[in-house]
Structure formats: C-alpha cells, structure tokens
Design a protein around this ligand. Structure first.
Ligand code: FES
Ligand code: FES
Length: 178
C-alpha cells in the first residue's frame, strides 16, 4: 500500500522503505537527510529529534509505515532563504562543541519557541530536558534560546516550517477530497 509522508514540505512516497524502519533510518539511509543523528536508538537522548505535525518527536522510535498523511520537518527543513532565528542564535552564541546533539537540540528549541515565544529558564530546562549533550553546552543553549526569543519578539522575518506544514496539509486534504 502506498505510504506518503510530507517531508520538509515535499509529499514523499516512502512505500519502498520497509514500514517497520524507524523514521530516523528512513531519513538517513533512504532519503539522504543525514542532519538527524543517531545517539541511543531508544528515545532517551534526543539526538534524533524531528517534528511530526509540528511537535518534537524521537525519530528513532517511529516506524515510517505509520506516518501516512503526516508531516515531518527535519533540521534541513527549518531554514528558508535565511536561517531560522534559533539557528541564527546558535551561530551567534557559538553553541555547538562536537555538534553531534545539536540538530536535535535546535529542533526541540524551535518547537518550544513556536508554542511559547517567551519561555522562562524553568520552561526552557523542562522543554530541553530530553536532549542530552555530552559536551555540556547547556548554558549556551539556554542563552541562545533567550536570544532567539528576543529576535522573535522584535518581529524578525523568517521561514516558519510550522505554517508551511499547515498549508501543505490543507492542500493535501483538499487534493484527497477532490
Ligand atoms: S537516537 Fe533517538 S532519542 Fe537517542
Ligand atoms: S555538542 Fe557534543 S554532544 Fe552536544
């Protein structure tokens, strides 16, 4: 049975991939999207965080065959013509050390700011608690999230993958009805 998933705004046929394959490996091994990283494989470290219909999820525990009609955003789909404010803040605060966990950190941070544009320190810590950094970049992550929050408050223009996903979902639903 065909399985279509919208990935970074593109309707993608994933029928050729074993339906039990975790989304993480579908992205990395079959679709060439290697920004999403493997850390633990058991939903404990957050390295593989992507968005599913705008919410952060662990791609290592999500069978691709269960994603018919869903929308996935990876770190590759976060920026438009310019970096997402979270990515920009990550650069300004030189957050990454080895970098391995950072795609997952960025996806969790961007999801947090999409639902809560002015998080407190406690809210940041709670939202980011599932993303482990072995290099201990947590203080820079918190500073970068505050900085991205300020950019968003100042009305900086950016590509919003959440809005783009909603638009694509509406188009797909209309297409299915017609
Ligand atoms: S690789 Fe998915 S949570 Fe660690
Ligand atoms: S930057 Fe190295 S694990 Fe986070």
């Amino acid at each position: 049975m065909p399985v279509h998933v919208t990935i970074n705004g593109e309707l993608t046929d994933v029928s050729h991939i074993d339906p039990d394959t975790p989304l993480l490996w579908a992205l990395r091994d079959h679709l060439g999207l290697v920004g999403t990283k493997y850390g633990c494989g058991i939903a404990q470290c957050g390295a593989c965080t992507v968005w599913l219909d705008g919410d952060p999820v662990r791609a290592c525990q999500l069978p691709v065959g269960q994603l018919e009609g869903r929308s996935v955003t990876t770190v590759e789909g976060l920026a438009g013509d310019t970096l997402h404010p979270v990515q920009q803040a990550w650069v300004e605060h030189d957050v990454a050390q080895c970098g391995y966990c950072q795609a997952g950190q960025i996806m969790s941070a961007a999801a947090l700011l999409a639902r809560n544009p002015t998080p407190s320190d406690a809210e940041i810590d709670a939202a980011m608690a599932g993303n482990i950094c072995r290099c201990g970049t947590y203080l820079r992550i918190r500073k970068a999230i505050k900085s991205a929050s300020s950019s968003l408050q100042s009305g900086v223009a950016f590509f919003d993958p959440g809005e783009a996903t909603s638009a694509v979902n509406s188009m797909n639903e209309e297409g299915a009805r017609s």
